[in-house]
Design a binder for this molecule. Structure first.
Ligand code: SF4
Ligand code: SF4
Length: 380
């Protein structure tokens, strides 16, 4: 397994995480086998938004003594009052479900998440109803390690990040969603909604959100990296062919600030399939076909796909480009974390010998030589 820093939390999470949703209402033997396979493969982050008592207890039981070795994302405002997944912004109701989650996972949640902050109404309610304040108190008491939130809407998520309160965000990221404008509610409707989407490029509000997170040291965990499986399906893909799980995971992991792609596996076999990402070749990870496949305005913009490698002087071109993109948002105020990430690169942009081999491989016409010089000017 490979582990990444989750923003500034000081926690290192596995790049493949386990979204436990699809284990809900499954027999305990299946929950146990899947959780144990995840643990045995080095997965150390488990997403637990589900409000049901049974699934929470089953996952906690399957973790057993190994609870201390993993990070749990537990949510407030996720309820199942009518025996179905539901959202409540009522303080007492939200508190009751959250405290149940705390208790089941040993009185401590590594990541205390505020559930589904997707609209201005959600945003106002969590502040007005005392939910944010409650989570801050729980953190002060040491009952939760870090405050996070989940969202599918880049504009509301941006507003939330700018409060400076969240230390992590769970956001729905995959190539299909990233092509949607913020107000396109693609969740669960990928196939039909995509008929209405004009494929003109990565949505700028989404791209800016990821960069903002990187700038502010807010780590991202990714939900729906496979588009609820629809991106893998011939019938539901919005593209001319299905993506593979490896391509989807790679896309999510190559966005700025992303630390972990939470894959909703429901069997040990699905866990094994997702961790195959770790040994996949660059060719297997390559998702650029899907960008080439559509009319787009990706030209000139780095999508961090690594198609330009190898570089004879071993510059990590995608990383240099991603730090450069963030720095150029405001050159006068480059976040120290970005300067530090750049300085940790074994080779900087100044090492570029202008051989041009990368530019001939880049499908998006990125002016890489120019970018390397620009990065050297800014960072070195
Ligand atoms: S420079 Fe081009 S090939 Fe290289 S990571 Fe960026 S988009 Fe991909
Ligand atoms: S042009 Fe520069 S960055 Fe590109 S492959 Fe050559 S040395 Fe590496």
């Amino acid at each position: 397994m490979v582990y990444r820093e989750l923003g500034n939390t000081g926690k290192k999470v596995s790049i493949i995480g386990h979204g436990c949703e699809n284990l809900d209402r499954k027999p305990y033997s299946q929950v146990e086998a899947t959780v144990k396979t995840a643990l045995d493969n080095g997965i150390n982050i488990f997403e637990m938004f589900m409000p049901g008592k049974q699934i929470r207890e089953d996952v906690a039981k399957a973790l057993g003594d190994r609870r201390k070795d993993v990070f749990i994302q537990g949510h407030i405002c996720s309820t199942d009052i009518n025996q179905q997944y539901d959202i409540s912004r009522d303080f007492e109701t939200s508190k009751k479900y959250f405290e149940d989650c705390l208790r089941i996972f040993g009185g401590y949640l590594d990541f205390g998440m505020i559930f589904f902050v997707d609209s201005d109404k959600d945003f106002n309610a969590i502040f007005d109803n005392g939910i944010v304040e409650y989570m801050q108190k729980r953190k002060e008491l040491g009952d939760i390690g870090h405050i996070g939130f989940s969202s599918h809407n880049p504009l509301v998520a941006t507003k939330m990040i700018k409060t400076g309160i969240p230390e992590l965000m769970m956001f729905s990221i995959n190539l299909a969603f990233d092509l949607c404008p913020p107000d396109t509610y693609a969740l669960g409707e990928l196939g039909s909604d995509f008929n209405k989407v004009d494929f003109r490029g990565i949505n700028p509000e989404r791209a800016e959100l990821y960069k903002l997170c990187e700038r502010m040291g807010v780590g991202i965990t990714v939900m729906k990296p496979l588009g609820a499986g629809k991106l893998l399906s011939t019938d539901h893909t919005p593209f001319s062919k299905p993506m593979t799980d490896i391509q989807c995971i790679h896309y999510a992991l190559s966005r700025p600030a992303v630390a972990s792609a939470l894959v909703g596996c429901q069997t040990p076999e699905e866990i094994i399939s997702s961790v195959k990402y770790l040994t996949a070749s660059d060719k297997e990870k390559d998702y650029t076909f899907f960008l080439d496949d559509m009319e787009n305005d990706f030209m000139g913009h780095c999508v961090y796909c690594n198609h330009c490698q190898p570089c004879p002087v071993e510059i990590d071109i995608a990383a240099v480009n991603s730090y450069l993109d963030i720095a150029k948002l405001n050159e006068a105020d480059i976040p120290p974390s970005i300067i530090s990430h750049y300085s940790e690169l074994s080779v900087g942009g100044s090492a570029c010998v202008s051989c041009g081999s990368c530019e001939s491989r880049c499908p998006f016409g990125v002016p890489i030589i120019e970018n390397m010089a620009e990065a050297a000017r800014i960072f070195e």
